[in-house]
Design a protein around this ligand. Structure first.
Ligand code: UT7
Length: 332
């Protein structure tokens, strides 16, 4: 826990999911799969798909506008914009700069950070540190993904799992001690990066006829291995952050987990001895939206009255890298 007496609170949240709904039955017309298989193995029933002319920055801008409204601040008051995404509009400039322009944010510090599905927790910690240590008041943090743009629609082992969407939060300094984003426990292990990656489009495999023909520009995953690692690292980081703050599972009022697979969340619930009804779940509607998954779930949990003032909330994630993280949040 930080020795700084000031806290960083989540002053507002917002989320946005594109209109188009793709059901499991729709997917069964594209690849050899079924609603039964997808529902039983993952808990996912549908996902949202962005329009062709709707990019990660558009989804992120809509979520951010809602977060600004909820926080009661204007775009001009934002000092920092940080975006977590693995599907930026383009390699550069950053999606944060594109969103800055779309929202009319002033000359704020803008950057993207890439930590895949753990991205929102990574940007939350970076933004918190900047607020506490720099000369800033409000940070806009956004997890936004157009994963449909990097899915191999011929690969049934991956295309059924993911969806598009965005979630955002306004972080602000507060003089009240020990509230808001209380603590973080983030980590990574790059030795297992090939378990979940997209090989093409960077300096290792630039776009070429060959890279297109060999389908290098699509997300690739060894699902079963990722599953095992996910359960292990989510449990570890959750236990570590609870221990570090002298809390136990009973102190947690709500868990906002990364929404990848219901079976992963059920395993975590068993291992932490935290009943499943304490976990906020929406993966049935959206599938896995990577960096957007936690902020969408947080926003929905808040707007549906699941979060009460003073509640201790555990957010926990894992993703490509492999990366992982946990954070404790005392609700405003
Ligand atoms: O944010 C991090 C992102 N990644 C994840 O969260 C993924 C973590 N992993 C998982 O969620 C699961 O491993 C999957 C859902 C990806 C797969 O579930 P599984 O229970 O681990 O299945 P499996 O990969 O062991 O495959 C079992 C069978 C295989 O057939 P055979 O070899 O037993 O004949 C697959 O080919 O299921 C087959 N299969 C499918 N069948 C119908 C794989 N995908 C599908 C599909 N529809 N969509």
């Amino acid at each position: 826990m930080s020795s700084d007496t000031r806290s960083v609170i989540i002053k507002g949240t917002g989320s946005y999911a594109p209109e188009k709904i793709l059901s499991n039955d729709d997917l069964a017309k594209l690849v050899d799969t079924s609603d039964e298989w997808i529902t039983a193995r993952t808990g996912i029933r549908s996902r949202r798909i962005a329009a062709d002319d709707e990019y990660a920055s558009d989804l992120g801008s809509k979520a951010a506008a809602r977060a600004l409204e909820d926080a009661g601040i204007t775009a001009e008051e934002v000092d920092i914009v940080i975006v977590a995404t693995i599907t930026p509009d383009m390699p550069f400039p950053s999606t944060a700069c594109i969103i800055q322009a779309k929202l009319g944010v002033g000359n704020a510090l803008c950057m993207d950070i890439e930590a895949a599905c753990s991205g929102f927790l990574y940007i939350a910690e970076v933004a918190s540190s900047l607020l506490k240590n720099g000369n800033y008041k409000h940070a806009l943090i956004i997890g936004t993904e157009k994963l449909s743009s990097i899915l191999d629609w011929e690969d049934r082992t991956t295309c059924v799992l993911f969806g598009d969407g965005a979630g955002a939060a306004i972080l602000s300094l507060s003089d009240e001690p020990n509230t808001g984003l209380i603590d973080f426990k983030l980590g990574a292990d790059g030795k297992n990066s090939e378990l979940l990656h997209m090989p093409g489009g960077g300096s290792a495999v630039p776009a070429s006829t060959n890279s297109l023909e060999t389908r290098q520009h699509f997300l690739k995953m060894r699902g079963r291995e990722v599953f095992k690692s996910a359960v292990r690292v989510m449990e570890q980081s959750a236990i570590e952050i609870l221990d570090q703050n002298q809390l136990n599972a009973n102190d947690i009022k709500c868990v906002i987990p990364h929404q990848a697979n219901l079976r992963i969340i059920e395993s975590l619930s068993n291992r932490l001895e935290l009943p499943l009804d304490k976990f906020y779940l929406n993966l049935d509607k959206y599938g896995n939206t990577s960096a957007a998954s936690i902020p969408i779930a947080l926003d929905e949990a808040y707007r549906t009255g699941r979060l009460k003032s003073g509640d201790i909330i555990l957010m926990v994630a894992f993703g490509a890298g492999l990366t992982w993280g946990a954070s404790l949040l005392k609700w405003r």
